[in-house]
Design a protein around this ligand. Structure first.
Ligand SMILES: NC(=O)c1ccc[n+]([C@@H]2O[C@H](COP(=O)([O-])OP(=O)(O)OC[C@H]3O[C@@H](n4cnc5c(N)ncnc54)[C@H](O)[C@@H]3O)[C@@H](O)[C@H]2O)c1
Length: 370
């Protein structure tokens, strides 16, 4: 297969979808790899390092798309990239379609096969290609929240860990999955008072063991959240219903219960946001104030630490990319149920039930198309 890697063009996105180690494995399996010039620069990977492992360097994105049947990406394709997609392409990247009707319709119209990292689900219901970026985003969530709580940035002017004689800040994390747990560990490390809410009791049990008494776990009923919000200095929104638009666990009315200039970091913003008042922001302009609460809603949080994120992401994606390249997508979909769950769009049809539901369409099971 011809595998192409374009340079990411989302603002402040410095990750790249393949490292030289990945080029080596694809080339060793008999595939051709074409990398857009400068694609690895943001992650400090020079073109020469790719070329040394057998990749061809192409001058621009149209050349990469023209020469490749499989496109590896990091973030969802931007409009200029959707315009380059054809039915012969397999796109393998983060898509987050449930929150983006326009992109969903664009991908359906392109005829390309679109497989989303975030909906690859293993037989234990885990999301192995979302997890590494969720680990990064969870850790950034607390760091960013601590920063935004500083007065000059619009926050309440409170130090997460407090000092002797002055209480620590209260950090309320809603959604105790990979993001939530990592946000909690950083908050614990910064000596904040930490509460983690989830609706999955088994998950709360796991967290309780992992925290060993250093954070409280709480069942995420609406009432319990309402009762906690008035004390919160930093709220981290980290809920996920696989493939679906995020549920609004924090409403506009809830914000009225919170302290003025408290901070809400809505990590779930890539799935539409778990607060009613959330709207996407960028690293260049990460915050806005709604109902007196500072909102941080950056959709590509791991993009600012590409040295960590590129390697964490590609360590997880490479085996799946190799499998699709080695077997060909249709065979891979037949042989590997895990990839079937990840297929979002195939032959101009939406194949993921939650993506289809988000735009009021009917899903076509991928197995009926291959
Ligand atoms: N903004 C970014 O840059 C960025 C980066 C990585 C991940 N994310 C997003 O962060 C979100 C969380 O990802 P994750 O990997 O931690 O997912 P996860 O599946 O590991 O965890 C989600 C948790 O939410 C819980 N949950 C679901 N509905 C709930 C509800 N109503 N109330 C309370 N808890 C509820 C689930 O039980 C689960 O434990 C996703 O939307 C993901 O796409 C964003």
């Amino acid at each position: 297969m011809n595998v192409g890697v374009p340079t990411e063009i989302k603002p402040d996105e410095y990750r790249v979808a393949l490292t030289p180690a990945g080029v080596r494995e694809l080339v060793d399996d008999g595939h051709a790899v074409v990398i857009q010039a400068g694609a690895g620069e943001g992650s400090a990977i020079p073109d020469a390092a790719y070329a040394a492992q057998g990749a061809r360097i192409a001058p621009d994105a149209p050349t990469v798309f023209a020469e490749s049947s499989m496109i590896l990406g990091v973030k969802e394709p931007q409009p200029s990239e959707v315009a380059l997609l054809e039915p012969r392409h397999t796109l393998f990247t983060y898509l987050h379609l449930a929150a983006d009707r326009e992109l969903t319709e664009g991908l359906v119209a392109s005829g390309a096969t679109c497989v989303a990292y975030e909906t690859v689900e293993d037989d234990r219901g885990r999301l192995p290609l979302l997890a590494p970026m969720s680990e990064v985003a969870g850790k950034i969530a607390t760091q960013a929240g601590a920063f935004m709580l500083e007065k000059p940035l619009g926050g309440r002017g409170i130090l997460l860990g407090g000092v002797p004689g002055v209480a620590a800040a209260n950090v309320v994390i809603i959604g105790g999955g990979v993001v939530g747990m990592n946000a909690a560990f950083i908050a614990i490390g910064m000596e904040a008072t930490v509460f983690v809410y989830d609706r999955n009791i088994d998950r709360l049990r796991e967290l309780d063991t992992a925290f060993a008494g250093r954070a409280d776990t709480c069942f995420a009923s609406t009432l319990a959240i309402e009762e906690r919000l008035p004390d919160a200095d930093l709220v981290v929104g980290a809920v996920l219903v696989h493939g679906a638009r995020a549920p609004h666990v924090v409403t506009r009315q809830h914000l009225g219960l919170m302290k003025r200039n408290a901070v809400l970091v809505d990590v779930s913003i890539d799935q539409g946001g778990c607060a009613e008042t959330s709207r996407p922001t960028s690293h260049a302009d990460p915050i806005y104030v709604a109902e007196g609460v500072v909102h941080y809603c950056v959709t590509n949080m791991p993009g600012i630490v590409p040295h960590t994120s590129t390697y964490a992401l590609t360590n997880a994606t490479l085996s799946y990319a190799l499998e699709i390249a080695d077997l060909g997508l249709r065979d891979a979909l037949q042989k590997r149920p895990v990839l079937r769950s990840a297929c979002n769009v195939l032959d101009g049809r939406i194949t993921h039930p939650n993506v289809a539901a988000a735009i009021g369409a009917q899903a076509t099971p991928p197995e009926t198309l291959v």
